[in-house]
Design a protein around this ligand. Structure first.
Ligand code: FE2
Ligand code: FE2
Length: 142
């Protein structure tokens, strides 16, 4: 089931919210590709796009944090690094299992891992920025 961004996920910054919305979309695309393994190499492409966009998003978010002098900047940056490492592991697991025909986990379960990967961070860590971001224009860029 595709998951859409909801207003409760907002951190009061349009650029960050838009990125989170798009990351959820990319995860929905990964789910579709998992459900349709016959459709060429869409799965690999979707996972690569997710990884590339996540990296861009983390950089953008860190620039915004820097601009507002966010006090948890350093630990948040480390959390982003760990998220990228976790995404590499998840991506390799999915593609390896796909390639050797042992993709035993069902698409729903694998997609849930990716949603948890994103939403645990957005709802717990990114949300802590909300009161700080609320003091600045919603279109603030880093
Ligand atoms: Fe984020
Ligand atoms: Fe973040």
């Amino acid at each position: 089931m595709p998951l859409q961004w909801r207003e409760q996920m907002s951190v009061n910054n349009l650029i960050i919210d838009q990125d989170h919305r798009y990351l959820l979309c990319l995860i929905n695309t990964v789910e579709l590709s998992l459900r349709h393994p016959e459709s060429g190499d869409h799965l690999r492409i979707a996972l690569e796009q997710l990884s590339q966009y996540a990296r861009e998003h983390f950089d953008r978010e860190e620039r915004i944090q820097y601009a507002i002098k966010y006090s948890h900047y350093v630990e948040h940056k480390l959390a982003h690094q760990r998220l990228m490492e976790r995404l590499v592991v998840l991506t390799e697991r999915i593609l390896t299992e796909r390639d050797d025909g042992t993709l035993s986990s069902d698409p729903e379960e694998l997609t849930q891992l990716l949603r948890d990967w994103l939403l645990d961070h957005v709802l717990k860590e990114d949300m802590k920025m909300k009161p700080h971001l609320s003091l600045h224009p919603a279109n603030l860029l880093g």
